[in-house]
Structure formats: structure tokens, C-alpha cells
Design a protein around this ligand. Structure first.
Ligand SMILES: Nc1ncnc2c1ncn2[C@@H]1O[C@H](COP(=O)(O)OP(=O)(O)OP(=O)(O)O)[C@@H](O)[C@H]1O
Ligand SMILES: [Mg+2]
Length: 260
């Protein structure tokens, strides 16, 4: 039945995407017509100068924000025009987001921070506890469940943020400067973790970074400038996820609704 994977549409496809902030003389064009496609299983880095629209593009891809014009297809389904609720459901089901800065709740344990996306998805307490413990273990934080952010180092906070992003087993992990606040040793550890999530679990990763050393971990580098994509390079020696992505053949509600 589901043996022909080649027909699978790109996980992410932006075509002519613009994003305009403000109006009148205060209008600012953050994205001026972005075209890009990301296939399932890829590990892509996005680079470009500050203010060129990287976070704006990530927020649109992550369904946190909407394009002003253009088309965004996720697994072949048009996202532009969906309601806020529909986008939220899509995000919770398929996407994990590691924000620029950690965005963790301050007086809340690592465990509870990681459980939060599962609360939104309506999972019961027992299931949440188990999934959060497992996600924290995967990022090397077994034993740190009950520490609050104030009791954790920068590298550990970033790990908690990644655990929170992967606790729902997302298809797509978006990471906006995941090593921006870390020293080089901690940065390498985070990159090794992202590579493992990509290769071993087949999670598609899009990561914004300013650092060439970090972009070197990705199989592909997209370059942004002034709100458009100006470069797209494959990097040798960084294969796509070897394993078949988890759930590749799943016939889920999303595909059904899409008529796929
Ligand atoms: N909500 C907003 N309202 C108005 N302008 C915005 C808004 N968000 C972003 N911008 C502007 O859009 C442009 C692109 O911002 P964006 O955050 O995408 O840049 P970036 O490439 O992520 O930069 P950095 O590397 O500094 O994080 C910037 O000039 C920014 O000031
Ligand atoms: Mg940014």
C-alpha cells in the first residue's frame, strides 16, 4: 500500500512569501518573497545578517505567525488562510520550537516546563510525567527534573528547551540560534544532540545560526539577505537522516483532511 515514498510532498514549501509589519510610512518589509523547500529528514541551517528575516521566516514555518502574501504548504497542505486555532493544532501535532532565548517558565521545574506542550495536547498526568522524563533523559538531563531554571546552567537550560520541543515527537524541529548563548564546548554538545535527533529519530531540523562552526553540522545551508533567500548549498559529508523518518507511512488525520 504505502510503499511509494517518492511522491511525498516537501515537508515545508514557501513560495513568494512576504511579511510586512506596520502600515503607511512605517511599513517594513521583513520578507520580500521567500521561496524554499525542505524535505523530510533534512537538517538545514539558516544564516544571514541580523534583521534579514530569519526569525520572521521561522515563525511563519512554525505556524506562530502568518505570511502577508504568498503560499506556505506543510506536507502539501496550504497553511495560509487557516485560522489561529487550526494553526495552533497543527503546531502542537507536528512542530517543536526552540526559541531565540529559552522561553522557560522561571519558577517551574524542568519536568513541568517539558510537560507543558503535553498539557496543551490534553495528555493525562501519568503519560506527561513519563514522556517528560524520557525527553529530559534524551537530552542528558536525567536526575535534573526537579531543578528550576535558576538552578541550571545555560547549556542545561538549552537542553530543557530542546526536551520541551521534542516531548511531543515532532516531525519538524525549529531552533532559532540554539547555541547563541552558549560557550563553544556547550555549543558542540547541543549540536551533537541535534545531529542525533536528526539521524537517529529522523526529525527534520531547521536551525538559525550566526556561527559557521555550527552551520557546518547541517547538511544544507540557506542564506538570507534583506528578506529573500540568496543562497542554498548542500554540504558534503553531512548525509540526510539515514533511518526512515518515524511515522513516514502514517495515514493521519492531517493527510486525510488534506485529501492526500
Ligand atoms: N513584530 C514586529 N514589528 C515590526 N517589525 C518587526 C517585527 N518583528 C520583526 N520586525 C523587523 O523585521 C526585520 C526582520 O526581523 P527578524 O527578527 O526576522 O530578523 P533576524 O534575521 O531574525 O535577526 P537576528 O539575527 O537579529 O535575530 C527586522 O528589521 C525587525 O526589526
Ligand atoms: Mg532572529
Amino acid at each position: 500500500m504505502n510503499t511509494v515514498a517518492a511522491a511525498e510532498p516537501p515537508l515545508v514549501a514557501l513560495a513568494g512569501v512576504t511579511k510586512t509589519y506596520g502600515s503607511g510610512s512605517a511599513t517594513f518589509h521583513a520578507l520580500r518573497g521567500v521561496d524554499l523547500e525542505i524535505a523530510r529528514g533534512e537538517f538545514t541551517a539558516i544564516m544571514g545578517p541580523s534583521g534579514c528575516g530569519k526569525s520572521t521566516a521561522m515563525n511563519i514555518i512554525g505556524c506562530l505567525d502568518q505570511a502577508t502574501r504568498g503560499s506556505y504548504r506543510f506536507r502539501g497542505v496550504e497553511i495560509t488562510g487557516l485560522t489561529r486555532d487550526q494553526r495552533a493544532r497543527l503546531r502542537r501535532r507536528y512542530i517543536g520550537f526552540v526559541f531565540q532565548g529559552f522561553n522557560l517558565l522561571a519558577r517551574t521545574s524542568a519536568q513541568e516546563n517539558v510537560e507543558l506542550p503535553l498539557v496543551y495536547r490534553g495528555h493525562g498526568a501519568r503519560e506527561r510525567h513519563a514522556a517528560a522524563r524520557s525527553a529530559l533523559a534524551q537530552v542528558g538531563l536525567a536526575g535534573w527534573e526537579h531543578h528550576t531554571p535558576a538552578e541550571l546552567s545555560g547549556g542545561q537550560l538549552q537542553r530543557v528547551a530542546i526536551a520541551r520541543a521534542i516531548v511531543t515527537s515532532p516531525m519538524l524541529l525549529l531552533a532559532d540560534e540554539p547555541t547563541g548563548n552558549l560557550d563553544s564546548q556547550r555549543s558542540v554538545e547541543i549540536m551533537d544532540l541535534l545531529v542525533a535527533l536528526n539521524r537517529e529519530r529522523g526529525i527534520t531540523i531547521v536551525m538559525v545560526t550566526h556561527e559557521h562552526d555550527m552551520a557546518a553540522y547541517a547538511a544544507r545551508v540557506l542564506r538570507f539577505r534583506d528578506g529573500v533567500v540568496v543562497g542554498d548549498e548542500r554540504q558534503p559529508g553531512t548525509p540526510r537522516a539515514a533511518a526512515a523518518p518515524a511515522g513516514a507511512a502514517e495515514d493521519d488525520a492531517f493527510a486525510a483532511r488534506a485529501g492526500a
